[in-house]
Design a protein. Structure first.
Length: 51
């Protein structure tokens, strides 16, 4: 997966974000999602919605 992302991003300019910023944001997003899921007590997946 990393190779695919690097290939796709290599042709883009760094005006929006660098690869380091992209991966840092992705990891933070994943960790935040995990924390939100652990804190949610509902056992019904249909009842869980985070916006």
């Amino acid at each position: 997966m990393t190779t695919l992302v690097v290939d796709k991003f290599s042709s883009l300019t760094n005006r929006l974000m660098t690869m380091k910023e992209f991966w840092s944001m992705s990891v933070r997003c994943g960790l935040t999602a995990r924390l939100l899921a652990k804190d949610h007590t509902s056992r019904e997946p249909a009842q869980v919605l985070f916006l």
